[in-house]
Design a protein around this ligand. Structure first.
Ligand SMILES: CC(C)(COP(=O)(O)OP(=O)(O)OC[C@H]1O[C@@H](n2cnc3c(N)ncnc32)[C@H](O)[C@@H]1OP(=O)(O)O)[C@@H](O)C(=O)NCCC(=O)NCCS
Length: 189
């Protein structure tokens, strides 16, 4: 199927679905289009092994994917989030991330992490637009009021050249107001 043209879709025409078992193979074209090298290999492997995979459909075609894991009772991790290049910039990545945050909040998760390559501007902007900020190694753990997560690092895919991003979930998982962000960030005013 031909991907929708970049002038479509409006975010409202996107449907988010669970991808289970063999249906997950539908996400492979999105992965091929979005990643190269070791990332592509790892994303395909993660697609099969991970607990939750969500897909974004437009007119029945899979155009985006998120891969989500619960690392600890209160900790969620976004392993991969990708959108077909032909339909980027239309809010689909943001819808997938909002959906992930809502799902995590429903499951009682209070802290969410993700990794981003330092120079991946779209990815960093996407996570920043949803209240994520860079986590420094020196930060106290999330249990002590910071968002440090070094005890969980072995289960996260954070390699050299990447930064760890994180945010706390407030009562409203998608509360992206300036106030919500400044409350969770000890480095801000
Ligand atoms: C990162 C990615 C998923 C974003 O998907 P998308 O559907 O284009 O993103 P959206 O249109 O929903 O944009 C979400 C936010 O990110 C910002 N953003 C997205 N692409 C951007 C770009 N190229 N430059 C600057 N900002 C960008 C938008 O401005 C928007 O912020 P706003 O809501 O404050 O306006 C997509 O670029 C992608 O698949 N990249 C390749 C795979 C990848 O690197 N994934 C991330 C790491 S796993």
């Amino acid at each position: 199927m031909t991907p929708p043209s970049p002038s479509s879709p409006s975010p409202t025409s996107v449907e988010l679905v669970d991808l289970e078992g063999p249906q997950r193979d539908r996400a492979i074209p999105v992965i091929r289009d979005s990643f190269t090298g070791i990332y592509r290999w790892h994303a395909k492997r993660t697609l099969r092994d991970i607990t939750h995979v969500r897909g974004a459909e437009v007119s029945g075609e899979l155009v985006g994917v998120s891969m989500l894991e619960r690392l600890a009772p209160e900790v969620g991790y976004v392993y991969y989030l990708a959108v077909l290049s032909a339909v980027r910039g239309h809010g689909i990545g943001a819808q997938l991330l909002d959906d992930a945050l809502e799902r995590f909040a429903r499951d009682g998760i209070t802290v969410v992490y993700a990794a981003a390559e330092v120079d991946n501007v779209p990815s960093r902007k996407l996570f920043a637009s949803r209240g994520f900020r860079e986590i420094e190694r020196s930060e106290p753990s999330y249990r002590e009021g910071g968002l440090g997560a070094w005890g969980l690092r072995s289960r996260m895919r954070v390699v050299p050249g990447e930064v760890l991003l994180g945010r706390r979930l407030t009562a409203s998982a998608t509360d992206n107001t300036e106030a919500a962000r400044s409350v969770e960030d000890p480095h801000r005013g």
